[in-house]
Design a protein around this ligand. Sequence first.
Ligand SMILES: [Mg+2]
Length: 177
Amino acid sequence: MLPKALFLDRDGTLIVDRHYLADPAGVELLAGVRDTLHRLLADGCRLFLLTNQSGVGRGLFPLETVERCNQRMFELLDLPVPGFTGICIAPETPEMPAVYRKPSPRFIHEMTARYSLDPAATWMVGDRMNDVQTGLNAGVRTALVSEEMMTAVPTGVWQCRDLPEFYARLRLVADQA
Ligand SMILES: [Mg+2]
């Protein structure tokens, strides 16, 4: 079944991970991401953005800086309406009590309730084990997109090189069903 909802990490999943990105000019889409998100929307999938931005909690930059960088990413993606259905920027540092900071499943749970999402057709996709843990904590399907193949990925978690490869695998499974 093709996904009905996709929760996406930002840095290292949609755009180049520049560590504490604070300059919109530094936003660079990863290869194939724009096309893949256009296809997912055309398939009727809702997109959500879930990004940890501890630079805010550390006082390195304000939340508006993250929003400006997101805005630049949205310009580059040029998605048709509705684009992203929901966006969550978690500003906490790892030392602070986590509210939305991954691996907290809170945002996924809230959006699941608001939009009546089916956990079996919902995915969390990111490039770190923190993202994987978020998906597992939320009880949704989970994929790690990373050039590095990790050995300690839990059973049932997909490992793909990047978002386009994840999408190709989704289509393959859907076509076989
Ligand atoms: Mg990441």
